[in-house]
Design a protein around this ligand. Sequence first.
Ligand code: AMP
Length: 262
Amino acid sequence: MSETKAFVPTMGALHAGHLSLIEIAKSFSSNVVVSIFVNPLQFENPDDLATYPRDLDRDIAKAREAGATEIWSPTYDEIYPGEIAPISSGDLGKKYEGVGREGHFDGVLTVVDRLFKHIAPQWAVFGEKDFQQLFIIKRWVKSHNIPVEIVAAPLIRDLDGLALSSRNVRLSREDRKAALVISRALRQATSERSIESARDRLHDVLTSEPGFTLDYAEIINEDNFEPATSSRKGRALVAGWVNGVRLLDNMPMSSKSKVVAE
Ligand code: AMP
């Protein structure tokens, strides 16, 4: 058995998106470590933290079934035994997801740093679902010469197009219908020829659904996370709310994302 480890950090409430990360991790190492830790540092809203779905027994069974060889569900004190010096996510940490969620990405980097130090993996798999998070983590790993290869996993959708998320359990049938405007807008925008018409289409479709409150919609360049000036390497990002549930999605300008049933 090899000594290497591939790592999949999660906050639990595992769904097919998380399990796809475990599948990918298996292709890097025969040792796949999955962590389950709901990190209070990355929640700016105490209600969201309190109501975040938790079901450890079910998660452990699912992770094992998907091929995890080690599951680690640390306590708060194991991760944060003393003073916490948050790691800065810089200017980008204050944009898009960072605007209404102060300190969110600093909290993400701080926990990822602690998890990496405990587990010492060679690879860590993160989902493109959280595209800004993935970018910030990759940039931090590179600039700090952290000896972990960050592996990006494609975003997994439900059959109806909704991006899988642990928070989707809070959506009623009606809410879900409204939420589908997001993937519809992304599909239509990413099939536009010019970046200008893609931006227009994204906004037009998103604002056509009264049940959806838009937070932001932008097409960024995947290389630098700046607003894209052409479709090349562009990725459309959307975040918003349906009946108090925050939803996040994105799609590359060049290809269609994978779809699976939960
Ligand atoms: P979370 O438990 O929400 O912190 O997510 C743990 C990891 O799973 C992160 O790297 C997420 O980007 C990833 N993830 C969550 N949902 C999806 C999805 N629908 N498709 C792919 N990866 C996902």
